[in-house]
Design a protein around this ligand. Structure first.
Ligand code: SF4
Length: 344
């Protein structure tokens, strides 16, 4: 079944801050995180946001994003700003990407533009465009060099690891830095992680610097609304870092990367809303969400809020435009992400 697509532009009145799955996430640093779409070409078995499987998908108008980004940069100060594309989906499916990147470079203070991708849509033409638009860094999720394992994890019969590796080599011929970002699934891809480390070391031995080809191993995290890999039990953060230390010693490679490695530092955060968990607030339901029970509420022109219904309703549209009172169930001040619940 094809998902419905909601186009988020100024006319839609859907605010660009406050909702985790679309718009702009400001974590109080020099990095401005963009989520311009929710479409994905994969349905990975471990996807923590269950992308590729939504009832409704969202695409944000690049001009709407641009306008808000300019405001946020003005507030943060126009120096050392990184724009990081990290959608709940695949960024190379975003048709406005290259024009948006060009416009972003025209903003004073933007020094880095980076993006996350599963890499499967890379080809010569796209790599040329990425090169021409001066993308600084691409983070590629790559969990195994083994074709069958990669197919299994990505839930994709056509996953072509050979092609992806060929495209990584092509990217290395450009000025774009690469960060290989495998997720470690304990007991599932332990050997694969070591093979990926060796792959990165081999490239460095061929002359590519640490900056040109980095590796950032990620911890497997489980979320209630995400997809889970059967039988895999995630480990504690302590165990994860211990494992990284062991691999660092074994391969003589730096694996523990922190904000400093990426030039991330604290910066002013946009005005946050003065709401607390368990507060009751009035809001207007402005759009349906990704799932049947999910909606987007509007608090003001800037701030949206994810609203979860206690049960799905037969005609979801009937709530659109309604003013309701909802209870805040999550107020993440660090990221300015809000969630409320509403019972019908
Ligand atoms: S893990 Fe990434 S590539 Fe895989 S389905 Fe989720 S968003 Fe898409």
């Amino acid at each position: 079944m094809m998902a419905e697509i909601v186009y988020v532009d100024e006319k839609s009145e859907i605010p660009l801050y406050g909702v985790d799955f679309i718009g702009i996430i400001d974590r109080g640093t020099n990095v401005i995180e963009l989520k311009p779409l929710t479409l994905c070409n994969l349905k990975c078995k471990y996807c923590f946001v269950s992308a590729g499987n939504y009832n409704t998908d969202f695409v944000v108008d690049p001009n709407y994003l641009l306008k808000k980004i300019k405001d946020i940069i003005k507030m943060k100060g126009n120096y050392k700003i990184e724009i990081h594309f990290a959608p709940y989906g695949e960024i190379l499916l975003y048709s406005g990407l290259f024009n948006l990147i060009k416009e972003l470079w025209n903003i004073e203070g933007v020094e880095t533009i980076s993006l996350q991708t599963n890499g499967l849509l890379l080809n010569e033409e796209i790599i040329k465009k990425l090169e021409k638009t001066n993308v600084t860094r691409i983070n590629i999720s790559l969990n195994s060099l083994n074709q069958d394992k990669a197919k299994f994890l990505s839930n994709c019969e056509n996953y072509n690891i050979g092609n992806l590796l060929k495209n990584i080599l092509l990217l290395l011929k450009t000025q774009i830095d690469i960060l290989i970002a495998p997720v470690w699934f304990p007991g599932e891809n332990d050997k694969d992680i070591e093979e990926i480390i060796n792959y990165v070391l081999n490239l460095r031995n061929k002359g590519f610097s640490q900056k040109r080809i980095q590796i950032g191993i990620q911890k497997y995290l489980i979320y209630k609304t995400g997809r889970k890999l059967k039988k895999i039990r995630p480990k504690s953060w302590g165990y994860f870092y211990k494992q990284l230390s062991m691999l660092e010693k074994k391969f003589r490679i730096k694996l523990k990367l922190g904000p400093r490695d990426f030039g991330i530092h604290k910066r002013r955060i946009g005005a946050s809303l003065n709401v607390q968990k368990n507060d009751h607030i009035r809001l207007k339901i402005i759009s349906i969400g990704r799932w049947k029970r999910e909606y987007i509420g509007k608090l003001d022109d800037n701030y949206g809020i994810k609203v979860l219904l206690n049960k799905p309703i037969p005609q979801p549209e009937q709530l659109i435009g309604k003013d309701i009172e909802a209870k805040i169930i999550k107020a993440n001040y660090k990221d300015n992400i809000l969630t409320a619940s509403f019972s019908i």
